[in-house]
Write a protein that binds this ligand. Structure first.
Ligand SMILES: Nc1ncnc2c1ncn2[C@@H]1O[C@H](COP(=O)(O)OP(=O)(O)OP(=O)(O)O)[C@@H](O)[C@H]1O
Length: 229
């Protein structure tokens, strides 16, 4: 479960990025975070993955009070959440198989378990036939599927996606949404997705949290309607 209680965050330049946010996301939910540029969406994501610390309030993810973690504990905390960004961030010199297995090697998983899990993940993200390919031999959509595979390889309870379709055309964006829905259902991963993509928000209805100037201005359980880009 994700819980934000009276969370405020401002930056050194005096910008109040988030103001008194109260929010609960239950295990297994799929939630969009929407809002105009500068409304605080990325700041919210950064609080969830421990990149930023709230000025006030508590950010609790799977019983961990993220804002109170010691700096040295943040990497361990991050092992239990998957994060996907707009740019794919695959390691160019490694194959797709190696990119995913690398993520499991660094956390010390047994070699045989790694091979089994990477094969399973490649199947889940429909890239079994690209295991030996390098990132630059894949389309943008395929690279993003590989990134998502890498992010969920360790069975995180929460997957955070910051504009995962930002660099993709509509057809590939739809594929990514279908994949995220599959992960949400098959792996029961909670998905929190920041997006500007009005077509996705309108076509794939999900709980939609709308931010404006650092405030939650709407929380639509049956999906929102996004009218701005
Ligand atoms: N590191 C920082 N230092 C100072 N101000 C920042 C920093 N990061 C973000 N801000 C400011 O905080 C506010 C919220 O930014 P944030 O990136 O969370 O918005 P956003 O909704 O993700 O925007 P976008 O859709 O453009 O990505 C903005 O006014 C932004 O300029």
């Amino acid at each position: 479960m994700i819980q934000l209680e009276n969370v405020s965050k401002s930056y050194k330049n005096g910008v109040h990025a988030l103001r008194n946010i109260n929010l609960t996301i239950e295990d297994g939910e799929f939630v969009y975070i929407i809002g105009p540029t500068g409304s605080g969406k990325s700041t919210l994501i950064k609080l969830l993955d421990g990149e930023e610390i709230p000025d006030e309030g508590d950010v609790i993810v799977n019983d961990v009070n993220v804002g109170k973690l010691k700096h040295s504990k943040v990497p361990y905390y991050r092992r239990n959440i998957g994060v996907v960004f707009q740019d794919f961030r695959l390691l160019p010199a490694l194959t797709i198989f190696e990119n995913i297995s690398f993520a499991l090697e660094v956390i010390g998983m047994d070699k045989r378990d790694i091979r089994r899990r990477v094969r399973e993940v490649l199947e889940l993200v429909s890239l079994s036939d690209k295991a030996r390919a390098f990132p630059n031999q894949l389309s943008g959509g395929q690279q993003q599927r590989a990134t998502i595979g890498r992010a969920i390889a360790n069975h995180p309870k929460v997957l955070i996606a910051d504009e995962p379709t930002g660099n993709l055309d509509p057809e590939m964006s739809k594929e990514i949404m279908e994949l995220l829905e599959k992960i949400n259902t098959v792996e029961q991963t909670t998905v929190v997705m920041v997006t500007h993509d009005s077509t996705l928000v309108n076509d794939f209805k999900k709980r939609t949290i709308s931010l404006e100037e650092g405030y939650i201005v709407a929380d639509m359980m049956k999906g929102g309607y996004l009218k701005y880009d």
